[in-house]
Design a protein around this ligand. Structure first.
Ligand SMILES: [Zn+2]
Ligand SMILES: [Zn+2]
Length: 87
């Protein structure tokens, strides 16, 4: 109908596994600000590259990726080479 040729922005890649994500299966880490896979609904297939929990003090959802949780390298792609892209 309208806007038939609107270019779709590439989905942001998961900070943890580098696979593409979408709004339905990902969240943004509160610690590093990077997007990671998180199943927001139990009836949706997907994987979790982080965790979400409720902050009991602020009654707010908090998100953390596996990297910030310190759980990388144990079960998922151990030995992944680090790419020094920082300046
Ligand atoms: Zn992921
Ligand atoms: Zn993080």
């Amino acid at each position: 109908m309208s806007g038939a040729t609107t270019p779709e922005p590439a989905p942001p890649a998961c900070h943890i596994c580098c696979d593409p994500t979408d709004a339905a299966n990902s969240a943004v880490c509160n610690t590093c600000g990077e997007r990671f896979h998180l199943r927001l609904r139990n009836d949706v297939d997907g994987k979790d590259c982080g965790e979400v929990w409720i902050n009991e003090q602020f009654l707010a959802l908090e998100f953390a990726c596996l990297s910030c949780l310190g759980q990388t390298g144990s079960s998922v792609e151990a030995g992944e080479p680090r790419v020094g892209s920082e300046h």
